[in-house]
Design a protein around this ligand. Structure first.
Ligand SMILES: [Zn+2]
Ligand SMILES: [Zn+2]
Length: 104
């Protein structure tokens, strides 16, 4: 599987980790009022998906630690979207995650 942002080619898990390491800015964090949101943008079609983060996670210190986990969840969703929408490869084994994140 090829990275949608660069020439790296890797399996799902490695690519997931690569996105988190090299393309972490695909996931943005937004703070509005008393709620936090994350926004993940597809580098291929520019579709973006916004999701509110649970109110108990707005504590800034906790957020710093939790960001990494949220980022991984968001990037997993993005990977599902990219594979489902932009990589037509019926021969590949399907990942276990359902692609119902609502992206695109
Ligand atoms: Zn890359
Ligand atoms: Zn897309």
């Amino acid at each position: 599987m090829r990275c949608p942002c660069c020439d790296v080619d890797a399996q799902w898990r490695e690519l997931h980790r690569h996105l988190a390491d090299a393309h972490a800015d695909l996931v943005r964090f937004d703070f509005r009022g008393d709620r936090s949101y994350y926004v993940v943008s597809c580098p291929v079609c520019a579709a973006s998906h916004e999701q509110a983060i649970k109110p108990r996670l707005v504590d800034p210190e906790f957020m710093n630690e939790y960001r990494e986990e949220i980022r991984l969840v968001a990037l997993d969703m993005l990977l599902n979207h990219v594979v489902g929408e932009h990589y037509a490869s019926p021969g590949d084994p399907s990942p276990a995650q359902p692609a119902d994140g609502g992206v695109g």
